[in-house]
Design a protein around this ligand. Structure first.
Ligand code: COA
Length: 261
């Protein structure tokens, strides 16, 4: 694994923990950090030693306080479109990644930080987490998928209130509106993330991938087409050794030993 400037990567028991490491800038996402994230995902996609990914922020104050405002300050319209497309592509890659990716939000998740957390498959957060899309306060709008993922997660009315006021919401409010899955004490966050990803890592990898793909793809399709997507994926998982093993283990009243094929 490459050594990165702005990311710390620890791989333990098939789970990779990535820490975005620019605490002096509250882990703001500059171009280099986004490129390093892209490189990381390229490297682990086929790596059998990595079955799940946790993303958190260094320093205890922020998950990610946004895209880097020093970089945004320099953008003209043309460069801004390219800037948005670059971040959007990376975040869509994370959303469509074939292994589970979980955000561990341990402080501010603002702007690009909220967008990064939303592109992960789900979110575990500390009691101190704060979410927001404050771009409006700067005269701009979210550009890394926030205008689309936030309404899909919490509904149009709540998303518009968050984006139009620019106000932050706390962890409990984020839980109440369905933006996050669980709120935990800060010092339990990483252990909770590891525990849940280890549980998923013990399942059949083909079925894990099929659930991620079917939900992601199906949500963007009309219902009838989404049902067909599900049927095809159901066919795919019924043609695996894992299916034979899973059902055999059920009848033999023992835990299954999945092989991911
Ligand atoms: N881009 C670049 N630098 C950022 C940043 C960002 N998105 N967010 C914070 N920083 C930098 C600050 O400029 C400051 O740097 P400095 O020490 O060189 O002055 C450092 O991180 C610490 O931030 P600071 O504002 O001093 O901390 P705070 O505790 O007073 O406030 C926040 C914390 C998160 C409320 C505040 O930093 C903030 O509003 N950040 C911007 C959030 C935002 O608008 N994000 C969307 C961007 S599109």
């Amino acid at each position: 694994m490459t050594t990165f400037k702005n990311l710390l990567v620890e791989i333990e028991e098939f789970i990779a923990l990535i820490t975005i490491n620019r605490p002096e800038k509250l882990n703001a996402l500059n171009r280099q950090t986004l490129e390093e994230l892209q490189q990381f995902f390229d490297q682990v996609e086929e790596d059998e030693q990595v079955k799940g990914i946790l993303i958190t922020g260094a320093g205890g104050k922020a998950f990610v306080a946004g895209a880097d405002l020093q970089e945004i300050q320099q953008l003209n319209a043309e460069a801004a479109i390219a800037f948005a497309r670059f971040g959007q592509r990376l975040f869509s890659r994370i959303e469509q990644f074939p292994k589970p990716v979980v955000a561990l939000v341990n402080g501010y998740a603002l702007g690009g930080g909220c967008e990064l957390a939303m592109s992960c498959h789900f979110r575990l957060v500390s009691e101190t987490a704060k979410f927001g899309q404050p771009e409006i306060n700067l005269g701009i709008i979210p550009g890394y998928g926030g205008t689309q993922r936030l309404p899909r997660l919490v509904g149009k009315g709540r998303a518009l209130e968050i984006m139009l006021t620019g106000d932050m919401i706390d962890a409990q409010e984020a839980l109440r509106i369905g933006l996050v899955n669980r709120v935990l004490p800060s010092d339990e966050l990483i252990a909770a993330g590891r525990k849940i990803l280890k549980k998923i890592a013990a399942k059949g990898a083909v079925a894990v991938r099929a659930i991620l793909e079917t939900v992601n793809l199906g949500l963007e399709q009309p219902l009838e087409q989404a049902m067909e997507t599900e049927a095809l994926q159901f066919g795919r998982v019924c043609n695996t050794e894992d299916k034979t093993e899973g059902i055999q283990a059920f009848f033999e009243k023992r835990p299954p030993q999945f092989k991911g094929r």
